[in-house]
Write a protein that binds this ligand. Structure first.
Ligand SMILES: [Ca+2]
Ligand SMILES: [Ca+2]
Ligand SMILES: [Ca+2]
Length: 215
């Protein structure tokens, strides 16, 4: 895992801002046994799970049915999100709960958290977990994933199309080589997806799969 992280950081360094170059130095200085915990503008992000794609503004279905977030397990073992908290900078929050049955992600894989698990209503997307009382703003907003003890695992905060991709009907996805909690703070490492969600839904996204290349 450690090797994979560092390799990815080196790959991305070619795209990097000065801040990322500094981050790379911090990463390499991280003790070998610990998963790297990095301080960034939004605070510490432990990064064992990372937000890798989100659909904030679906066109084919309503936002209340078609929003979703792709989250990836960057650890070499399974992670259970039950009890973790989805929140944002505006104070909205939702505790991930599944009656004690778990909301698990296999190592190196992703699951979708979203507004609806009903594929007949949500545009045909295989959402694994349905939130309530939570939504993704079409303007500036953020997604923050925290552990039950309040430790921030990842945070992604987007603007209203100034630095961030902002087209309706198209998911926003981080470069595959940058799918880590600290790198995904940089809007220049995100782009729109290009793959239609289904033969009948021309909104785009790569839910649960590697992201489309950023051209
Ligand atoms: Ca929305
Ligand atoms: Ca982040
Ligand atoms: Ca994806």
């Amino acid at each position: 895992m450690k090797t994979e992280v560092l390799t990815s950081v080196v790959v991305v360094a070619g795209l990097a801002t000065q801040a990322q170059a500094q981050m790379q130095t911090q990463m390499q200085a991280t003790p070998s046994s610990a998963f790297p915990t990095v301080a960034f503008a939004g605070g510490m992000q432990t990064g064992e799970v990372a937000i890798t794609e989100f659909m904030k503004d679906p066109s084919t279905v309503s936002d209340t049915r078609g929003e979703w977030i792709e989250v990836r397990n960057n650890l070499p073992h399974r992670v259970n999100l039950e009890g973790w908290i989805l929140t944002d900078d505006a104070g909205n929050w939702h505790v991930i709960a599944n009656g004690g049955n778990g909301v698990r992600i296999r190592p190196g894989r992703s699951i979708l958290l979203g507004a609806s698990t009903d594929m007949a209503l949500n545009g045909g997307v295989a959402v694994d977990y349905q939130w309530s009382g939570y939504s993704l703003g079409n303007g500036a907003d953020s997604v923050i994933l925290t552990r039950p003890n309040g430790v921030m695992v990842d945070r992604v905060a987007w603007d209203d199309g100034v630095l961030w991709p902002d087209l309706p009907g198209r998911s926003i996805q981080v470069r595959n080589e940058a799918r880590y909690a600290f790198l995904n703070d940089d809007p220049s490492l995100w782009c729109h997806s290009s793959t239609p969600l289904s033969p009948t839904n021309f909104d785009t996204g790569t839910p649960g799969m590697d992201n489309d290349p950023c051209l």
